[in-house]
Design a protein. Sequence first.
Length: 459
Amino acid sequence: MIGNIIGPEIRELIEARNFAALRGVLEDFSPADVAELITDVAEDEQAIVFRLLPHQQATEVMEYLEPDAQQTVLRAMGREEAARILNEMSADDRTALLEELPGAAVAQMLTLLSPQERAIAQSLLNYPEGSVGRLMTPDFVSVRAHWNVQQVLDHIREHGRDSETLNVIYVTDERGRLIDDLRIREILLRPVSTPVREIHDSSALSLRASDEAEVALELFKKYDRNTLPVVDFEEKLLGIVTVDDMLDVQEEEATEDIQKMGAVEALDEPYLAATLGEMVKKRATWLVVLFVGELFTATAMRHYQSEIDRATILAVFLPLIISSGGNSGSQASTLIIRALAVGELALSDWWTVVRKEFFSGVLLGGILGVIGFLRIELWAMFMPDYGEHHLRLALTVALSLVGVVLWGTMSGSMLPLILRRVGLDPASSSAPFVATLVDVTGLVIYFNMATVLLRGTML
């Protein structure tokens, strides 16, 4: 990695303004590594480093930069230089850049594009945000079924240089409709006189431009593909989506789910780029909801105030009881949310989940109950704090732990399934939300158990 191996050397060259030596160093590194270096240097130095790059390398590096760094570099460029970079960027990476810009800036950027590239950019931006159409690139190679292998190879040599990938070649009819896709090895290993129609089997897997990016991600994972074609409602081939775009989608999805599971509305931008107001807005809503939920805990405590007054020792174990329920619920919800996200679990499996989590809750609650029981009994052997009815108290805590952990486990596992069933994001059933829910019910379970087992003794 640049940052670990020659980072200090490069920084010394930047500080010394030895740009000739710096240019020579950067030419030996891949575009991804140079993009990482540019991101790591100070913002006022990013454009300086970028300007040192050779023509072709600069375009490739731009596609690897984070949106903030891309905007910084473009603002520092002259109009002609920015136009060259934008026109040479791949269509999907350019669309990702334009998505991050305000409307006025997008309009200005579009004026820098050639008529052909502007038409491509506008067509991609016209697709809904988060759709496959925003991710695809029109740079692909297509051939005809009546061609032979030699004609295909000649066509690739002539037009393949600008293609996003040559791993897959697409077979289309005279109207541009997709017939099949062929891996390049299927062409290279055949005699040059072999017609394409003898190679393809008309079983191409394709996406619709209007499909959500998450749909594409599932197909990429299910069929283990590196690229998939995108068609319109008439099956005309519009472009292709590659696996590097899917990795970005997967990262965004995972980030959004993790943020929601932490009771935070998904951020629309990287953490460091988010403003204070945006951070407060995204976090305040859930905090208020959780706070209101905890108010019910206070109400429940008030309801059982008389029991607490008569047996203050019950309050000692209250945090132990409700935290155990919240923790078990958080564990269950996290497991189910992730299983739903990766396709390991479907709504039809709900009964299997109920059975598994029921027995898990009983066993986990039993383990904690035994520990709680032994703790009280062993303590009572040496300290008189729990009085003569310590055995009943230990049994109350133990059985309450079983009940609360069982309830937390069942609640945490069922809530994501219920949310999925009504069309909501299961990740919204965050661990803090489940914990708050179990806090209130845990109090009810604990004090009702105490009322039954301690009546006539402590109560």
